[in-house]
Structure formats: structure tokens, C-alpha cells
Ligand binder design. Structure first.
Ligand code: KG4
Ligand code: ZN
Length: 346
């Protein structure tokens, strides 16, 4: 079985091929045109996807050394994400499906982050997954493949969004997460005490208060001295902020594990590349005899390898879609979700 995966939900145009022999290639073309705007501009993202999707897919086929006719199914991200961006990938996949007469498989982007762990490992079910990305922070109980029960999620900003927005306050370029991670390594996490919202309340998260707290902290510094203050304390500030974010994530993960009784944890999404989060999760797993799965950093951020492997797993269970499949921008906020979105005709 050979699956072509296509990802276009945000600002990465990506294509990959996953087969019985494993991952054959993983092409990610990142859009740089958003940097000047301090965040992703949806219209620019759609245009950029449209411009490069053909060459990205072609490059993937070349690197995998396969022909179009060798593909057994096309897995493509249906959502959540930017609607215009998703449409580009979906239309491309449907056109290709018509051309080669092979089926499409719609992929939930958040689930694909979780199944990124299956590219090189085979996590055992059931497990608790924590998806921490720029758009989502979701804690789920995963009993068996594609059976995800939502335990908690962010009520406002996602963890990655918190890193990016707070980084912007500190004058760091978008996306600020990776740079804050590098700076935090050189700082003291206890030098500042930033709030850890909802720490002892349920399994939901909230990160917008942390952003406001950093904003007011900076406002307390006289305007003329603010830039120098940030410059001189950037490492400790980043360490304190990273500490506040990762403490809440790990405490909730610990609570979810004890509530469900699982023996394995799966971490996923762009923020799972964060070194402080990886260290703390490893400590949690070691102390409690849990198996921990975290994807390689290249499979943590948006990529199509995770779409292709999820498509491969779905194809093995006969979970195909048809050409009526539509994109969805967001999933309904409910504890038990239809992980495939609002239905093919919705
Ligand atoms: O999963 P992803 O690539 O895209 C979404 O689906 O959103 O996640 C991107 C997010 C961005 O907010 C970025 O700042 C964050 O992941 N990120 C990190 C790190 N690497 C990426 N945040 C903290 N530390 C990192 N090392
Ligand atoms: Zn993502």
C-alpha cells in the first residue's frame, strides 16, 4: 500500500509518501511571506499553497521514486485550519483522485499530529495524548485507533499561540516558540513568577491570562527603559514564561493519566518540540513507569508525513472518503467529538 499525504491547513505546503516500507519522503515548503505581519495572513497562505502545491507533490513523488499510478490513496487534511488554505489541498487531492482513479481519505489535522508518533514507533493503545500546537491544546483519551475522547482543551489561546503572542510582546519574530525555547535554556525558570491558570481546576487550559500578565509586567517598566529591560532579561523572561506554560501542561497530563489509568503518554504538535516540555514529560513518565512517545522535532511541527501515515492507518481499516468531502475550519467544542468533522455533506 502506498499513500500520498497532502497538508495545507496553515502556512506549510507539504507532501509525503508513506508505504508498507515506511516513510519514503517528507517535503515541507514553509511560507515565509507571513513573517513581516507577525502572524499567518489567510489570503496570502491560500495563494502561496496554490502556487507551490503542484511542485511540492511532484518533488515528493520524485524523492519517493514512485509514479502517480503507484499511489493507492490520497490522504489530505480536511481541517481544522484556514478554510481557503484547506480548499487548495482538498481540490488538488480530488483532482488527482479523478486523474488516477484512486480514493481520497480526509484527515483530521489534530489527530494526524497524534499519529505522527506512528511514523517511527508503534504506541500501544489506550493512551492519553496531549496535542500542543499553534492552533490547539487538546488532552484526549485514545482507547483505540480513531477513537479519541476529548478530556480537556484550551478555553482561549493555544499553547503555541501563547508562545507566539508573548514572544511578539518581547519583540521576537513570528513564530516565537522555537526562539523562546532556545533563550529559555540559558535563563532561570524561577527568576519570574508568572500565573499558571486553572492549575487545580479540571482538565481545561487557559493561556490568555499569562499573556496579559506579561503585558502588564512590561507596562510597569518606564517606556524609555523597557527595550533595555527586555534585552537584559530576555533569557530569564523566556525561562519564566516557558515554565508557566509547561507546568500547567504537565500537571494536567499527570491528572489525565491518573484519571484514565493509562500506561502510555503521546505528545504531539509544534510545541512538543519544546525542550522544557520534553524534559518535564520525560520526568513524569520515568517517575510513574509510563511509556512516553514524542515525535522527532521534524514531525512535531506541521508536515505531510503525519497526514500520510494517518491515511495509511485509516486505509488499513477501510476508512475511505468520497469526492463530496468538504473542509472544516473548526471542530465543535464538545467533550465527545466526531473526529472526522461535521460529516461529508455538511
Ligand atoms: O503544529 P504546528 O506546526 O502548527 C499548528 O498546527 O499550529 O505548531 C506551530 C506552533 C507555533 O506556535 C510555534 O511557535 C510552536 O508550535 N513551536 C514551539 C517550538 N517549536 C514550534 N513552541 C515552543 N517551543 C518550541 N521549540
Ligand atoms: Zn498542526
Amino acid at each position: 500500500m502506498i499513500i500520498l499525504g497532502i497538508e495545507s491547513s496553515c502556512d506549510e505546503t507539504a507532501a509525503a509518501v508513506y508505504s508498507d516500507k515506511g516513510l519514503l519522503c517528507n517535503i515541507v515548503a514553509s511560507q515565509l511571506e507571513h513573517e513581516a505581519f507577525g502572524g499567518v495572513v489567510p489570503e496570502l497562505a491560500s495563494r502561496a499553497h496554490e502556487l507551490i502545491i503542484t511542485s511540492t507533490v511532484k518533488q515528493a513523488l520524485d524523492e519517493a521514486d514512485i509514479r502517480l499510478e503507484d499511489i493507492d490513496a490520497i490522504a489530505v487534511t480536511r481541517g481544522p485550519g484556514l478554510l481557503g488554505a484547506l480548499l487548495v489541498g482538498l481540490c488538488f487531492a480530488k483532482g488527482l483522485s479523478l486523474r488516477i482513479g484512486k480514493p481520497v481519505i480526509g484527515i483530521n489535522h489534530i489527530d494526524a499530529h497524534v499519529y505522527a508518533n506512528f511514523i517511527e514507533q508503534k504506541p500501544e493503545f489506550p493512551f492519553v495524548s496531549l496535542v500542543v500546537s499553534g492552533g490547539h491544546t487538546q488532552l484526549s483519551y485514545v482507547e483505540k485507533p480513531f477513537s479519541h475522547q476529548l478530556l480537556g482543551e484550551s478555553r482561549d489561546d493555544a499553547a503555541g499561540e501563547a508562545f507566539d503572542k508573548i514572544g511578539k510582546l518581547l519583540g521576537l519574530p513570528y513564530p516565537a516558540g522555537p526562539q523562546m525555547d532556545a533563550l529559555a535554556k540559558k535563563g532561570d525558570p524561577s527568576a519570574y513568577k508568572f500565573p499558571q491558570a486553572l492549575l487545580h481546576e479540571g482538565l481545561d487550559f487557559s493561556f490568555s491570562g499569562l499573556k496579559t500578565s506579561v503585558l502588564y509586567h512590561l507596562k510597569d517598566i518606564p517606556e524609555g527603559q523597557r527595550e533595555a529591560y527586555v534585552h537584559n532579561n530576555i533569557e530569564n523572561l523566556c525561562a519564566g514564561i516557558s515554565h508557566a506554560i509547561t507546568e500547567v501542561l504537565v500537571k494536567k497530563l499527570e491528572k489525565a493519566v491518573s484519571q484514565t489509568g493509562v500506561k502510555a503518554i503521546v505528545l504531539a504538535g509544534g510545541v512538543s518540540a519544546n525542550s522544557m516540555l520534553r524534559e518535564k514529560t520525560k520526568k513524569l513518565a520515568d517517575e510513574n513507569g509510563l511509556t512516553l512517545h514524542i515525535p522527532k522535532p521534524i514531525y512535531c511541527t506541521d508536515n505531510a508525513a503525519m497526514i500520510a501515515v494517518t491515511g495509511y492507518l485509516k486505509a488499513q481499516s477501510g476508512m475511505y472518503d468520497n469526492l463530496h468531502m468538504k473542509p472544516f475550519a473548526r471542530l465543535p467544542r464538545a467533550k465527545v467529538q466526531d473526529r472526522n468533522g461535521p460529516g461529508p455533506m455538511a
